[in-house]
Design a protein around this ligand. Structure first.
Ligand SMILES: [Fe+2]
Length: 317
């Protein structure tokens, strides 16, 4: 039987590369594990990867800093909007103070009876820290973040839609939603796949905003990746989704560290089905202790190394 294991990573279109590194590493304390480029198209743009201590699937946030190319997006409805990250539930006061000290505006909100911290990435993307209990994913300590407060990884994804029914139907009938639909006001919460953590899909009804950007554009959420564990299972999952009529699903793409297909969901949010395969993983081109220290170019761009490096702004850690 095809299945989804849980989440794999989140991919965002941000503005500047240095401000993105400063935010994820300098403020959120995440581990910088990979600096490479976008593999699609011909425009050289960084692809930056951040994770928890171990680079676990379900802990990774990746970004394309688009300001360099002048591509800006518009947040709106019918797209993924909220980056939901899990932190220890005992760490909320620490994070509230830390974010404020770093001039990040932070607001306390309550969702599904739980306290959350709402703040934004410098490019405007909405982040939420969700307090977790018993989450065994090990956060990355450093830059003033002690281990007991560090980010565990992904909690899930918040999607905004003008009408939620078709997306709930997709999740329940074709995308491995577990039983139990939480409802609160204009928000519905589901869990996808086998894992206990990191796999929350929250759907918010949003009829106020115009349709948001689907292309790459700074300030917008590009896609959410699910972990489908094996290449065989990935094939089966794709086959089943197509069999329900969702044929807006891509061919297999080799992302070096993992292999993926992409499906446009009825909410407008783009989902990726990723597999970290035997020849991939973060350590396929760097040793575990050097992760993120060297600029990695995929084979197809190697002949353009000088030109590409000349175009990208230097990053200081
Ligand atoms: Fe991705």
């Amino acid at each position: 039987m095809p299945y989804v294991e849980g989440s794999h990573h989140v991919t965002l279109s941000v503005a500047g590369a240095q401000e993105d590194v400063d935010f994820h590493v300098g403020i959120l304390g995440m581990r910088f594990i990979k600096r490479t480029v976008l593999f699609d198209g011909s425009l050289p743009i960084y692809h930056l990867y951040y994770s928890n201590a171990n680079g676990d699937p379900s802990s990774v946030v990746t970004t394309f800093p688009w300001a360099q190319a002048g591509f800006y997006g518009k947040r709106g409805t019918n797209q993924a909007r909220e980056v939901l990250l899990a932190v220890p539930h005992t760490a909320m006061d620490f994070w509230s103070t830390r974010l404020t000290e770093h001039d990040v505006e932070v607001e306390d909100v309550e969702v599904f009876g739980q306290r959350r911290l709402a703040f934004r990435h410098p490019s405007g993307i909405e982040y939420r820290f969700v307090g977790a209990e018993g989450d065994e994913r090990v956060g990355h300590a450093g830059n003033g973040v002690p281990p007991e407060h560090a980010v565990h990884g992904i909690h899930g994804v918040g999607v905004h839609v003008s009408t939620p029914e078709r997306m709930v139907e997709f999740a329940e009938e074709s995308f491995f939603s577990r039983a139990g639909l939480a409802e609160e006001g204009d928000r519905v919460g589901l869990q996808i796949g086998n894992q206990k953590v990191g796999n929350h899909l929250e759907i918010t009804v949003n009829r106020r905003d115009d349709q948001g950007t689907w292309s790459y554009g700074a300030g917008t959420y590009h896609h959410f990746a699910w972990n489908v564990a094996t290449l065989e299972n990935q094939d089966e999952v794709k086959f089943e989704i197509e069999g329900r009529g969702y044929t807006d699903i891509s061919e297999l793409k080799d992302r070096k560290y993992f292999k993926s297909v992409y499906v446009r969901t009825p909410s407008g949010a783009l989902f990726e089905l990723a597999v970290t395969h035997a020849d991939g993983g973060w350590t396929c081109d760097e040793s575990p202790h050097e992760l993120g220290t060297r600029f990695q170019l995929p084979e197809q761009f190697e002949h353009r190394r000088e030109e590409i490096l000349g175009r990208l702004e230097p990053i200081n850690l």
